[in-house]
Design a protein around this ligand. Sequence first.
Ligand code: AMP
Length: 140
Amino acid sequence: MTYDPGNIFAKILRGEIPAFKVHEDDSVLAFLDIFPRAPGHTLVIPKAPARNLLDVEPADLSKVMAVAQRIARAQLTAFDAEGITLTQHNEPAGGQEVFHLHVHVIPRVAGVELKAPLSYKEEMDVLAAQAERLKAALAA
Ligand code: AMP
């Protein structure tokens, strides 16, 4: 269980592939999931390398969770959410597909089921507009 710097989120952190970023500071990056389980589905990751919950430094985890809370609050207004679901997967047996720690922050509306993971790839222009809405809510 070692960290592989070739993972796709490490490439996003290095700027090698694009992402719909909604928050960035010295320690944490948040960006939209391109296969959203609901509109506004956001991923929050530490900049420091960590494979998942099992190896992350507690201080980095704490910074990730503080940003996840800020994202959740902003999603309430940006996406008219009535609730928020957090998920976080560890190792293949735990459902993890990308091996850089990430917390899913997913806006919820009563009675609307989550889409299945990886079942729907959102249009790029829709993601761009949603990122702007979330950034505006974060700045408010
Ligand atoms: P997990 O099963 O917790 O490892 O989830 C990995 C997540 O990464 C999935 O929800 C994917 O939709 C998402 N994902 C994969 N590639 C990208 C990408 N290039 N940009 C944003 N999200 C991605």
